[in-house]
Design a protein around this ligand. Structure first.
Ligand code: 2AL
Length: 251
């Protein structure tokens, strides 16, 4: 198999979270994939709501374009709300995976029901919308919020990690599920240890997305340009948005 090059796009501006996710992604990829880990220079430091997702989307689209221009073959949107996913697929040639959809697909392959442990309560509704959109609503028993902000996972205190563990234990005891999904990219480094401790699949979307993306690349499957995911029509887009489009489409 040829060695593929992918990019992990952290849509928030946190370098620390980008690094946490890059370490996990590279561990899973071993020597089979080259992984560029990128995040925007400007935007929101964490994504915890619809406004944050809207702000982050322009950066994601620009990163997709810039990545393909330097030879990246596939992309991961490494935020559990999967912001801008379908728009990213329109501007990309290679496959684009969101970490929430990757985690849900993987969980559904090893368990009939799963729960999700996420950050702030306001992100619960985002996860619920995604469950409906991807068809996994009936698979999900509960979405739990640790009630701490995303960046608490990077503050070095270990408090957020402790809460994630507590909620995973509670979900295992009370939800009658076979797997638990970690509902934030900043939790990527916790899955292996929690799986060992709880003796059940604890699924991190970053690892799931790396593995699924590698499979798509090995199969030679790219984003379909037949139908709604075709490149956007060239209508003379202006401003920073022009940097999101393939150069063949920009005036
Ligand atoms: C996220 C995530 O994964 N990264 C971020 O900034 N916000 N979503 C979440 N539910 O915590």
């Amino acid at each position: 198999m040829p060695r593929h090059r992918i990019q992990l796009i952290n849509p928030n501006t946190s370098q620390a979270m980008t690094e946490t996710m890059a370490i996990t992604a590279r561990k899973i990829a071993g020597s089979r994939l080259d992984i560029d880990a990128v995040c925007p220079d400007e935007g929101v430091p964490s994504i915890e709501g619809h406004f944050d997702e809207a702000v982050a989307t322009l950066g994601i689209l620009q990163q997709i374009r810039a990545g393909e221009d330097r030879g990246v073959q596939g992309h991961i949107i490494a935020c559990f709300g999967d912001p801008g996913l379908l728009a990213a697929r329109e501007v990309a040639t290679g496959p684009v995976l969101g970490i929430a959809e990757a985690a849900m697909h993987v969980a559904s392959l090893v368990a009939t029901r799963f729960s999700i442990v996420t950050t702030l309560p306001r992100t619960v509704i985002i996860a619920r919308h995604l469950l409906h959109r991807y068809g996994f609503h009936d698979h999900c028993a509960a979405v739990h919020a640790i009630d701490l902000p995303v960046l608490s996972l990077e503050d070095g205190s270990g408090m957020a990690q402790q809460k994630v563990r507590e909620y995973c234990l509670r979900a295992k005891e009370q939800d009658n599920v076979g797997a638990i999904i970690l509902g934030c990219g900043g939790m990527a480094d916790l899955a292996t240890q929690l799986s060992d401790e709880l003796q059940m699949p604890i699924i991190d979307g970053v690892s799931a997305a790396v593995t699924l993306l590698e499979s798509l690349l090995n199969l030679g499957i790219t984003t379909s340009k037949w139908g709604d995911l075709d490149f956007p029509r060239n209508k003379g887009i202006s401003g920073p948005y022009a940097a999101c489009l393939p150069s063949s489409l920009t005036p």
